[in-house]
Write a protein that binds this ligand. Sequence first.
Ligand code: SF4
Ligand code: SF4
Length: 453
Amino acid sequence: MATRTFSIGGVHPKDAKISRGCAIEPLPLPPTVYISMSQHIGAPAKPLVAVGDKVKVGQPVAEPGGFVSAFIHSSVSGTVKSIGPRKDLAGNPQTCIEIAVEGDEWMEGIDTSDTLVTTIDDDNKAVLEKIRLAGVVGLGGATFPTHVKLSPPPGKTCEMLIINGCECEPYLTSDFRTLLEKGEQVVVGAAILKQVLHVDKAVIGIEDNKPEAIKHVRSIIKEFQKISSKYAGISVMPLMKKYPEGGEKQLIDAVMHRQVRSGGLPIDVGAVVQNVATALAVYDAVQKNKPIVDNSVTVTGECFPKQANLLVRVGTPLQYIIDYLGGVPADAVKVISGGPMMGKAIANLDAATVKGTSALLFLRADQTVRGQESQCIRCGRCADACPMGLEPFLLNKLAKNADMEQLEANAIQDCIECGCCLYSCPANIPLLDRIRIAKGQVLGIIRARNAKK
Ligand code: SF4
Ligand code: SF4
């Protein structure tokens, strides 16, 4: 049987998973961490500590600033030195709590042992509260607060949980390593999520370029199903290696053969999607009482001498990570946070990691150079590649003309910023760049209009 995939568009960029053999190793503690209040979608968190306070690892240092928001915890033990604006990866100022690291003393009640806990004792109310208090957010890129996503609106029912283990972006391997090294915890996390969502089925989707992960997770599920009925209905589904297989709507299409309509949500078609790293964070929160204080970060690039997957404390300065691995290579001209397709260029290496930081990718000049833009030749390749069924050549033209009405009518707001159009265009037209800016403007207009209603 042919391996499943999504039905519209997609591209096949070079895999480049050159760090796939690098086991996750803990990065030594930095001297200082800078913990941002804006690590999730929604309202920034509000500081709970003051300058001079002593904090421990796992202590809440900020509370949610609204319904869609999340708790934030100290990733180290030490003293709060300052609270104020500091530039993030893009160079935008964000409120950060600066903590001078004085040790690694954890909050009482957090289980830091490696003991695997497969018995799920908590009821759903307790599970959701633990996830909320642990500050769990979607770690597949969206950073949407997980406890909100796990509470479907009235009238909507989840039929299937999908765990996204695709990691379809080139170069990234931290989810792959997590599946190999923490597969048991991910499967327990999936069972917890399945329980909360009241579903019988959970599918862990893994691209077929990761056969070791597929085999390993399948064997874990088989063993766990012998010990508890809570693991019934969990399975692995190999998926075709195609970008962006891990896009939420693309993954639902591949696994369930259902399409989320324009402007719709996965729950509209009975699906909830969570990433592998989020399932691990759910395990930590529920079974170990451990909030998100660290995350796995792939550090990679052909020009980078030491490929790595590092377990990094949240708020660690990027420069500290880079120095630990030998410094910025002489021939690197660009550093990206995330993968080459959807990642964002880093404007400021003094910025610190956030919960959602998944990778640092170093590129040489020849890997970043873009060809001279020429006239659209109406080849249609961008439309063929678009996984959202959009017409990027048209959106580009409308964006150049600032025709907001037609941009909205042509569903620019559905763009997932995957970059497939840019990747496919023989005329080197900066489709994604223009579409991304115009999409932000259209979303602003839609928000303002809805606020008036
Ligand atoms: S970036 Fe947007 S317009 Fe371009 S292919 Fe992806 S979804 Fe389509
Ligand atoms: S791929 Fe480029 S050249 Fe071809 S239709 Fe799209 S914008 Fe025009």
